[in-house]
Ligand binder design. Sequence first.
Ligand code: FES
Length: 148
Amino acid sequence: MDSTLKNVFDSFQGKKEELIPILQKVQERYGYLPEDAMLEVSRFARVPESTVYGVATFYAQFRFTPIGENRIMVCRGTACHVKGSVGILEEIERKLGIKEGETTPDGRYSLETVACIGCCSLAPCVMINKKVHANLTPQKVAKLFKKD
Ligand code: FES
């Protein structure tokens, strides 16, 4: 067990009821839930590995791959949905060759969806790192990656 995980466990008692907070803390430290860490969590919280995996996969907040160098968040809120965010998401998935929740093999991009990024009047929107790209169309998606 590495020191990062030991530090996480130091703030818990190792009880089943702590499973979600433990997983949240592990993800906070690593940026995702590494498989080895989930096994250690299973031992520490004294719950079966299948339970740890089941809980982690149930909640959308948990990731199983590292976050990419560039974090793409496609808004799937109501305003963006009405203005065609599904098409934006599909075009980004096609362009990067990954699906929502995944990271490109080179680690450059990770793709997520979010409920609302607070720019509804400019829908549909995508946030890349901290920059908002508004009024997007599938055709404009290519421009987001033009420098690549
Ligand atoms: S619904 Fe997309 S920014 Fe609010």
